[in-house]
Design a protein around this ligand. Structure first.
Ligand code: ZN
Length: 336
């Protein structure tokens, strides 16, 4: 009996499906809560190789839901990608695991996606998701979108030119500061496991060649309300500029990239055409830190960093070491 015998016994996968899974090469983008859970499941399932890319360092408040990490990782102040690589290798030494500490962007995404057959979304922001979506559509790589906040979550497998992509569904990247994030509205661990489970299940079906078993569209779950819905997207043709005109707007280098301005401070450029609802943002942030607001800006301090956000989406982040950390703070508290 092989270590994958229970998976091979399952009729939905079988021995042939397992052999296909063994040949697969995965990229997990972001290794927070969803990335941890999805990466662990896929490594246990015996994929061929798995690369995790993440820009963040561990903090104690991650441990409630980010299942690959422990107190020692936090005490050592390890980058998530480094701690994840070590843990995943201990779980399954047969898988070629690699952790990359980097901020995924237009400059390095080509390199990181080279040879990859499937991408799992473990990010917390739409800036990265739209970038991943564009590249995956361009190169015909399937990817699985996943997101959660509170006790609510959703998952969607995107098969370029076969099913609608994220842009086909959302049309445009949501404006910064337009919705709640896990760092303003919180999140419970069970929804992380459910959404990561949905992502991993779609991944296993696809990798095993069982496309007939794929869910027909976007899945939404609310564990407090007790709802589970699948929005059927079959028959809806891809129509966005990426899918139909080969126009990949989000692959262009960022209009203005984050720049260091002064000691320990980074400026995040304004988002195109964005107008933030500063009062609403201030209300959300008041739950987690000290907030001051006026008609021009919101000033927010928590956990050693200070964030000043202007109405056009521009921000100054203080108390950070580099641009990647600044973008991380911005994504968590403002939301992109
Ligand atoms: Zn599309």
């Amino acid at each position: 009996m092989s270590r994958y015998s229970r998976q091979e016994l399952f009729a939905g996968i079988g021995r042939e499906g397992q052999q296909r899974i063994r040949q697969s090469r995965l990229l997990v983008v972001g290794c927070g809560a969803l990335g941890s859970a999805a990466a662990e499941t896929m490594v246990r399932a015996g994929v061929g190789s798995l690369t995790v890319v993440d820009r963040d360092y561990l903090e104690e408040s991650n441990l409630q839901r980010q299942s690959l990490f422990d107190e020692e990782d936090v005490a050592r102040g390890l980058p998530k990608a480094v701690a994840a690589e070590a843990r995943l290798r201990r779980i399954n030494s047969e898988v070629a695991v690699r952790g990359v500490v980097a901020d995924l962007g237009p400059d390095n995404i080509d390199e990181l996606l080279k040879g990859v057959g499937l991408v799992l979304d473990g990010t917390d922001n739409f800036e990265t998701r739209f970038l991943v979506n564009d590249l995956c559509v361009r190169d015909g790589i399937p990817w699985v979108y996943g997101a959660c906040v509170g006790a609510y979550g959703l998952a969607l497998l995107v098969r370029p030119r076969v099913s609608p992509c994220l842009r086909c569904i959302l049309e445009e990247m949501p404006a910064p500061g337009s919705g709640p994030t896990c760092d303003t509205a919180g999140v419970v661990a069970p929804i992380v496991q459910v959404v990561a489970g949905l992502q991993a299940a779609e991944a296993l079906k696809l990798l095993a060649g069982r496309t007939e078993a794929l869910l027909p569209g976007i899945v939404t779950v609310d564990l407090w309300q007790g709802s589970f819905d699948v929005m059927d997207l079959r028959g809806r043709a891809p129509w966005c500029p990426a899918c139909t005109e080969e126009r990949y707007d989000y692959l262009a280098p960022r209009a203005g990239s984050a720049v260091l301005c002064g000691r320990d401070a980074v400026q995040i450029p304004a988002a195109d055409g964005a107008r933030l609802d500063l009062a609403a943002l201030a209300t959300r942030l008041a739950a987690v830190g000290e907030v001051k607001v006026n008609e021009y800006l919101v000033r927010f301090a928590a956990e050693g960093t200070e964030l000043v956000v202007f109405a056009d989406g521009r921000a100054i982040v203080k108390g950070v070491a580099d641009a990647a950390q600044a973008r991380s703070v911005y994504a968590r508290y403002v939301g992109t």
